[in-house]
Design a binder for this molecule. Structure first.
Ligand code: ZN
Length: 671
């Protein structure tokens, strides 16, 4: 600097500084990649991914790169800033750059009836319920490789009816041949497959056919049970995505009143109750969802009421099934004669609302072949702190900031949606060639299919936000009043965007499995520890009542049901119960009925489900197994909608802390 050319010196200093920044950047980057490759700091961002496995390490290391590239070299500055500043979170950033989408409800009726193509071969239509169940597992796995989120079957009991009939027909013909006189056969009697079914007395009038019928029924029931066992086993063993995770599978069922459909639902529940493997452990996948429907299964005397009772028994012991409300007001316009339009959900909670781009003749509430394309989540506590720092009324400041953030979220979603639409169909051949995501017209590009999906604005930490704004949460009337004003703004804006852009914008009550923890950490770094706001290791999920409140299950339902109507893209309400419900199915039924009658769309019950890994005892186990004294115990808990393995090893720290703060609502039953 003291030389003749200080400008050169200055330029050199700048150059040195830039080099250092770049070098540090490279160092940080390599450190981050190595950390993932060596699994030296496992965070359990997603309870279903094994970050220690070879595949998991490769995937996580790749994620470091793809996330950074998406942030620094692909998205707009607005998106990046909102994401990095803990305001609007972009989910599944590692999948951003390749342009894959989130989740899908699979049109199993079509795929099983027509067969499908894969890269190496083609698969014929299913000829029996056994084959159909195997194909369901295969299709789930294939589709999960074309996207980054979950896969679902929306009405699997209906889907299986034709294949159970096929199996029954085969068994009946066998029965005729082997059990009867050896000469009688179906063809000789003029009986065709269409005549032969589980219902009716088609066999009457033919001598000795009754025995063949009984034989066929017996064999069919056994086959269905075995096929369902196989399905559960496959979905808990067939690892996907480089072998580091099981596909997130969900199956909805319970409304089919045909004997075949009922047989299938019964088997699903029986196998769920029996458990899997040597110790009869609770099955982690599929996430079972029982569809409650008036006049079908809700009341004694309804044709499927017995199955509802069986579902409750399964829930009390195995946490699954959860409950979807087919009569939910938000699914109005569905067709009672078309189970594809019944309310169904992804296990995590994502829902396909009415499709603004439904093709002519297609009911907009059709779920199959559609899914969520991408979500973002508004971290509301950050916005509340911004409102606090401004002059003027904090609540009014917040409403303005939130409105701006909702508009930003819209822009961020459209930006990503357009990027996803710009991908080539060859990136997801199975999905597009087989019409798994429906509506693909090659001449119009993949946008023709993606336009039926939803793009959703999520939210995190309503309870903490209200604490910042007015010093109480929505368990108090004035908190609820403001909560409704906030949710109404989300709903109104999403409805406007849907019309204006002709895209399925929706309000989403985000699961935020990892985000509840990471957003809190960032928040605390900036604003410190604040009572009831950042003094725990997690933000409260979406609009949920904080888990530490002492309430009866009915009170919790009363509070959350006032807000679920604002969300059309997915929400879940759950209550914490103790092990006593196992012996009290009537109490459990009363609680689920209460939720359904309060118009809750998707409801789940958390009961302790621990398994002793030495003797197989299940129930609530604290430190030692009460049967054999073993300390090897699997503590199963619900993460977001799904279950996972032992929460003490599979959950992130924030979620573990949340589990410790969960207060059982059963103790408050009498209030
Ligand atoms: Zn034991």
């Amino acid at each position: 600097m003291r030389s003749e050319r200080p400008d050169v010196a200055r330029a050199y200093i700048r150059y040195r500084y830039k080099k250092e920044v770049a070098r540090n950047f490279e160092h940080d980057f390599i450190d981050a990649v190595v950390e993932k490759l060596e699994a030296s700091d496992v965070q359990n961002q997603n309870a279903n991914i094994d970050e220690h496995s070879f595949g998991g390490r490769t995937g996580e290391a790749t994620g470091v790169m793809t996330k950074r590239l998406a942030l620094d070299h692909l998205m707009s500055e607005k998106s990046r800033e909102n994401h990095l500043n803990n305001r609007i979170y972009i989910h599944d950033l590692d999948a951003y750059y390749v342009g894959s989408h989130n989740c899908l409800s699979i049109p199993f009726d079509d795929l099983l009836a027509k067969g499908f193509n894969t890269r190496q071969t083609d698969v014929r239509p299913a000829g029996s319920v056994n084959t159909a169940c195997q194909l369901v597992a295969v299709i789930f796995q294939l589709q999960s490789l074309q996207q980054f989120g979950g896969v679902s079957a929306t009405h699997i009991d209906w889907t299986m009816v034709p294949y159970i009939r096929k199996s029954f027909y085969k068994h009946f013909c066998d029965g005729m041949k082997y059990i009867e006189d050896g000469n009688t056969n179906c063809a000789a009697l003029g009986l065709e497959p269409k005549d032969i079914s589980i219902v009716g007395d088609f066999y009457k009038g033919f001598s000795n056919c009754e025995k063949a019928y009984e034989y066929a029924m017996d064999m069919t029931e056994k086959e269905v049970h075995q096929a369902v066992e196989g399905l559960y086993h496959n979905l808990n063993t067939l690892q996907s995505r480089s072998g580091n995770q099981l596909p997130f599978t969900s199956i909805n069922y319970g409304t089919c009143t045909l004997p075949e459909g009922r047989m299938f639902t019964k088997a699903l529940l029986e196998v769920s109750i029996e458990g899997l493997g040597r110790l009869h452990k609770t099955s982690i996948f599929p996430c079972g969802i029982f569809q409650c429907m008036k006049d079908v299964n809700r009341e004694p005397g309804d044709p499927n009421y017995d199955l509802y009772r069986l579902a409750l028994e399964s829930t009390s012991r195995r946490l699954y099934p959860n409950y979807a409300n087919v009569d939910w007001s938000g699914n109005a316009g569905y067709d009672r004669n078309n189970p594809e339009t019944y309310f169904s959900t992804m296990g995590c909670r994502t829902v396909n609302g009415a499709d603004i781009n439904a093709e002519p003749g297609v009911n907009p509430q059709t779920k199959d072949g559609r899914g969520n394309i991408c979500p973002v989540t508004i971290i509301m506590p950050t916005l509340a702190m911004e409102a606090k720092e401004k002059e003027g009324n904090i609540v009014e400041n917040f409403m303005i900031i939130l409105d701006e953030a909702i508009h930003d979220a819209r822009d961020m979603l459209i930006e990503r949606y357009n990027w996803i639409c710009s991908q080539d169909a060859s990136s997801a051949k199975f999905m597009y060639e087989n019409n798994v995501m429906r509506g693909y017209h090659p001449e119009q590009g993949i946008r023709s299919a993606l336009q039926h999906g939803t793009i959703v604005i999520g939210q995190l930490g309503l309870a903490e936000t209200l604490q910042i704004l007015i010093g109480c949460d929505h368990t108090e009337p004035r908190g609820m009043e403001l909560a409704k004003r906030i949710e109404a703004l989300f709903k109104q804006r999403c409805a406007e965007f849907k019309k204006e852009y002709h895209l399925n914008f929706g309000v989403y009550y985000t699961p935020a499995e990892n985000l509840c923890y990471t957003a809190l950490k960032k928040f605390r770094e900036k604003y410190g520890v604040m009572e009831n706001i950042s003094d725990k290791d997690f933000f409260t999920n979406s609009m949920h009542v904080p888990v530490w409140h002492k309430l009866s299950p009915f009170d919790k339902i009363d509070i959350e049901s006032q807000l679920t109507g604002y969300s059309n893209a997915g929400c879940i309400t759950y209550v914490e119960l103790d092990a006593s419900v196992v012996h009290n199915p009537d109490a459990l039924e009363q609680i689920v009925n209460y939720a359904m009658d309060k118009d809750i769309p998707y409801f789940a019950v958390n009961v302790p489900s621990d398994t002793c890994l030495s003797c197989g005892y299940t129930g609530e186990i604290n430190d030692k197994c009460p049967m054999c004294g073993s300390e090897k115990v699997q503590h199963l808990r619900r993460v977001t909608g799904y279950l996972t393995g032992d929460y003490k090893t599979a959950f992130n720290f924030g979620k573990q802390d949340e589990v410790h703060h969960r207060i059982k609502h059963t103790g408050q039953m009498e209030q």
